[in-house]
Design a binder for this molecule. Structure first.
Ligand SMILES: [Ca+2]
Length: 545
């Protein structure tokens, strides 16, 4: 039985259907100078000539550089055909995977949108960025504090690229227009909460209030009725208009499958999940601390707004009952307590539908590149910002250090390397230096990731690389820092005050890929824990600045 609070079953606030995009990026010099006045004509020609010269000089260093298309999907776990899981149909992402190198073990640095995206775009790790909230002012302060840390877009722009972004690349509200060649096109404010009018789905979409937003909607509408479809068409329009003399970096950020799960009905109709889809490890890992898997700690205030008092801190049992609050804050999911099997299956169906909807949009972008014969020469980077719990460890959503929250799809296809797959452990923070290397752009000094160019050229090669992730819990009272090696996931939880290590976690992926038993406290693993902790501390220390 769903616990819907009638008080919140109110119509979504109508913010209109405005949607506009700034196309200042198209540099179109006149084919001939206007002849209204000879003098003005001469002046105009001189100005135009100088502009042309400047563009030419700007582009000189950009000769032979590939166009770059970066596709970033929000909250996408690697539950994809090309990752060996055919339950969700993603023929287009799979098609890209067949052309490029699939990183089977890629990890985010922070399993939450904002910090993960800042890390990816700046090439810095979260400890160096120091932004762990969703507060806009923290990002402004970070940019002031680290003016040297040019973002990928700013750097590529400096090196001759036309850099343009669509949708969610930085966390919503964190865009800085001067990072791009033209102002970013993020859509309406709050676009994440785009919903259709349930009385008449043909009406323009609106932006919902968080607690008045249904967790899922399956309107019978065309792809372009929703933002992702409209945005895709705009990207294609820009692709068609772009100046072929100047290399282009297009960053396209899809806001689904992030909640709410809204996608056209036909994508919902593709799925009827059965119980085999349910999480294999629905309970918290044996011997794990609450802070490892309780991902509702940032929602205490939000719960209060709707007159629910979330225990803070919760007992182990309370933490299970309140877990996954990001999802519970939408209409249609109980605020706390069990999520019954029927609802879990509908949520799985909705998540799958959103992924397939986004996949179809990715297909449109690939089709466009293919039909203009630019697919072979374009560097296409496909990734997300972090994984997602679909009931694992009693959690829904992200915001943990577990494999399901930190492992991400990463596919890189482009000129100069063959298709393949690699088991090399990679990180999202590696993308910036990798893109520089493939594009033939020098790398800025501040980067903390490692270029994956060797893995792209020799994907069979494996090595002893590691991945680092982290998450702050209960505000920033505790931080969990995670090390992923070839075999293990090892996590330490340190208190901010006093620096005391309060918990350790160790999972053996050879015997326990679902991370169901924390081995850290077992006497037989004492030496291993010491070794991994030493490795983890050294690796994280290297990145503190
Ligand atoms: Ca996200």
């Amino acid at each position: 039985m769903l616990q819907l609070n009638a008080a919140f079953l109110v119509p979504c606030e109508n913010s209109g259907s405005r949607f506009s995009i700034d196309y200042q990026g198209s540099k179109q010099l006149p084919e001939h100078c206007p002849a209204a006045s000879k003098n003005w004509s001469r002046i105009w020609c001189v100005v135009a000539g100088l502009t042309l010269l400047i563009v030419s000089v700007n582009s000189a260093g950009a000769a032979n550089k590939p166009d770059i298309l970066m596709i970033m999907v929000d909250d996408l776990r690697p539950m994809l055909g090309c990752y060996g899981d055919a339950r969700i149909k993603t023929p287009n992402i799979d098609r890209l995977a067949r052309r490029g190198v699939v990183f089977e073990r890629a990890y985010c640095q922070y399993a939450k949108c904002g910090t993960s995206r800042l890390s990816l775009m700046t090439g810095l790790r979260p400890d160096s960025i120091g932004v762990f909230s969703n507060r806009d002012k923290d990002v402004v302060n970070f940019r002031k504090r680290r003016p040297d840390a040019a973002s990928m877009s700013r750097w590529l722009k400096k090196h001759g690229y036309h850099a343009q972004s669509f949708g969610k690349i930085d966390h919503d509200g964190w865009h800085a227009d001067d990072e791009w060649s033209v102002p970013a096109s993020p859509g309406r404010s709050g676009e994440m909460l785009e919903v259709v009018n349930s009385e008449d789905v043909s009406k323009p979409t609106t932006i919902a209030e968080r607690f008045a937003c249904p967790v899922m909607q399956s309107p019978d509408v065309a792809d372009d009725h929703l933002f992702a479809g409209r945005m895709t068409q705009q990207v294609i329009d820009v692709m068609r208009r772009r100046d072929s003399q100047q290399p282009t970096f297009l960053a396209v950020g899809y806001r689904r499958p992030h909640l709410p799960f809204v996608a056209p009905k036909r994508y919902f109709d593709m799925y009827q999940p059965d119980e085999s889809w349910l999480a294999k490890n629905p309970n918290p890992a044996e011997g794990s601390p609450v802070m490892a898997w309780f991902n509702s700690d940032g929602y205490v205030g939000a719960a209060k707004r709707v007159n629910f008092k979330m225990p803070n801190p919760p007992t182990r049992q309370q933490a299970v009952e309140w877990n996954g609050y990001e999802m519970r804050s939408y209409l249609g999911v109980p605020y706390h307590g069990p999520i019954d099997t029927a609802l879990q299956l509908r949520l799985l169906q909705a998540y799958a539908a959103c992924v397939s909807y986004v996949d179809a949009q990715v297909g449109r972008l690939l089709d466009e590149l293919e039909s203009t014969k630019k697919l072979d020469s374009t560097l296409v980077v496909f990734c997300t910002d972090h994984g997602w719990h679909l009931g694992e460890h009693s959690a829904w959503s992200k915001m943990t250090n577990f494999e399901v929250a930190t492992r991400v799809p990463m596919i890189i296809a482009g000129p100069g390397f063959e298709a393949g797959r690699t088991r090399k452990i990679a990180e999202l923070v590696d993308l910036y230096p990798t893109i520089c290397d493939v594009a033939g752009v020098e790398k800025p000094d501040h980067l903390q990731g490692e270029s994956l160019i060797t893995a792209l050229k020799e994907p069979e090669e494996s090595n002893d690389s590691i991945a680092l992730s982290q998450y702050a819990r209960f505000g920033t009272k505790y931080t969990g820092r995670a090390l992923r090696t070839d075999r293990y996931r090892f996590v330490v939880w340190d208190a901010k005050k006093g620096g005391e290590t309060v918990h350790r976690e160790l999972y053996d992926h050879d015997s326990d890929p679902d991370e169901t038993v924390n081995l850290a406290g077992k006497e037989e693993h004492r030496e291993l824990v010491l070794t991994l902790e030493s490795q983890l501390r050294k690796a994280f220390l290297r990145n503190e600045k």
